[in-house]
Ligand binder design. Structure first.
Ligand SMILES: *Cc1c(COP(=O)(O)O)cnc(C)c1O
Length: 419
């Protein structure tokens, strides 16, 4: 008898696994079920090829050389800035700063903006479900400047409690820094409303500024920084099908122009003497030293790939799989989902009765299933839900229902082993 109660597999919106070399490789007779896109995404062949071709055929430095190789590299390097500006609808490519990743983007704002503008008693508002990259830099600068950190709590589903947020906002609020999508729970935060409210608070009601950590949103939904009215938006290349070592900080130009350099060195100056040095305008003011050139070019190709594949399609594909995955996981005995906010992103965090998340991860690996197990760099989130760690399956546009079937089957096997 066929099991008529089994959830129906969704019809795939996208069919793109074959564009990802790692996903079509043979792992000792096993297929790879890659369910860790929230940690890092796999790369389409065109990103890999573009970087390889650059090193083989046209490698040269940027913004320094007068020879043709360098001029060509510089043009491509600056063109990625335009592509990224287009992706997020920034007003100008001068608002796009290259960093090494989300972590550095947030540190840049904390040290440069925070180091100049924060005063004793000023308040920084974060949420309870931030990644450590959007907690620790603020703690460091708050301690130095005498500022205070306030935290927006979440309810049992992992949804921010907006009434509590409103109560935290005051004349003392200088910056609100929250993620767009939580990497540990998948909660999609109402960042447009968060920004609107922040802009009405602050000293003299003249507006606190808002930083959005977009590491988990940029590759999974359409992002429009002007519509959100974000002052800063941070993300990483490696979570959007691009290379590691490159990230982006978007910032509104007048705010960037008011900020001092984050690091000093070559390329960020106008004129250096021992008496006085003058700096470049943004974005170059914030880009000291030889940058990761191949990575910037790879990111440009990844942005191109994202736009061609279509963020709306990616979002629809992942959401269908999230619904399916939620249904098949809920059928696994002893499994508890952590993070059940309505409209959440394609992240399934869970615990399994009597099994440590690390054991889940290791045992699933035997079936060729790659998930993350741990605190997901979000220990305060784990504390909120009273667990030291969770297992987390996160979905990308190259996943299909077979990946989630394999996960559910593997989890049943593990559950039986421990019972
Ligand atoms: C991954 C992640 C970060 C940190 O990104 P890095 O690439 O490690 O710098 C920050 N915030 C969130 C929400 C993330 O998922």
């Amino acid at each position: 008898m066929p099991d008529t109660s089994a959830p129906t597999r969704p019809k795939p919106v996208l069919d793109i696994k074959s564009q990802f070399p790692v996903l079509t490789r043979d792992f000792g007779g096993m297929a790879l079920h890659y369910l860790d896109s929230a940690a890092t995404t796999q790369k389409p062949v065109e990103v890999i090829d573009a970087m390889d071709r650059f090193y083989r055929e046209s490698y040269g430095t940027v913004r320094r050389g007068v020879y043709r190789l360098s001029e060509k590299a510089t043009a491509a390097y600056e063109n990625t800035r335009k592509q990224v500006a287009g992706l997020i609808n920034a007003a100008s490519e001068r608002e796009i700063i290259y960093t090494s990743g989300t972590t550095q983007s947030i540190n840049l704002v904390a040290y440069s903006w925070g180091g100049k503008f924060l005063k004793a008693g000023d308040e920084i508002i974060l949420s309870q479900i931030e990644h450590h990259a959007n907690i620790v830099p603020w703690q460091i600068i708050a301690e130095r400047m005498g500022a205070v950190i306030k935290v927006i709590p979440v309810d049992d589903s992992g949804t921010l409690i907006m009434d509590e947020y409103k109560k935290l906002l005051s004349e003392r609020t200088r910056i609100v820094a929250v993620n767009h999508v939580s990497n540990a729970l998948g909660t999609v935060n109402p960042v447009k409303e968060i920004a609107r409210l922040a802009h009405q608070a602050g000293p003299g009601g003249k507006g606190a500024i808002v930083l959005i950590d977009g590491a988990q949103s940029i590759a999974h939904m359409a992002v429009d920084v002007r519509d959100l009215d974000a002052d800063f938006y941070a993300f990483s290349g490696h979570k959007m099908f691009g290379p590691t070592g490159i990230g982006i900080l978007y910032g509104k130009l007048p705010i960037l122009e008011s900020m001092p350099p984050y690091q000093g060195g070559g390329d960020m100056i106008m004129r250096v003497t021992f008496a006085k040095t003058t700096y470049q305008a943004p974005p170059h003011r914030f880009e000291a030293g030889t940058p990761p050139i191949a990575e910037v070019l790879g990111l440009g190709v990844a942005v191109d790939w994202l736009r061609r594949t279509g963020l709306d399609k990616i979002n629809a594909h992942e959401h269908a799989l999230l619904e399916y995955g939620t249904a098949v996981l809920q059928d696994v005995p002893g499994l508890k989902l952590i993070g059940t906010a309505p409209g959440k992103g394609a992240i399934l965090s869970f615990t399994l009765d009597g099994v440590h998340p690390h054991d889940i991860g290791t045992l699933l690996d035997e079936d060729g299933i790659a998930i993350r197990a741990g605190h997901h760099c979000a220990q305060p989130t784990m504390d909120r839900f009273g667990v030291p760690a969770t297992a987390r399956a996160s979905i990308g546009p190259y996943n299909d229902a077979t990946d989630l079937d394999a996960l559910a089957k593997g989890l049943r096997r593990i559950g039986e082993m421990f019972r």
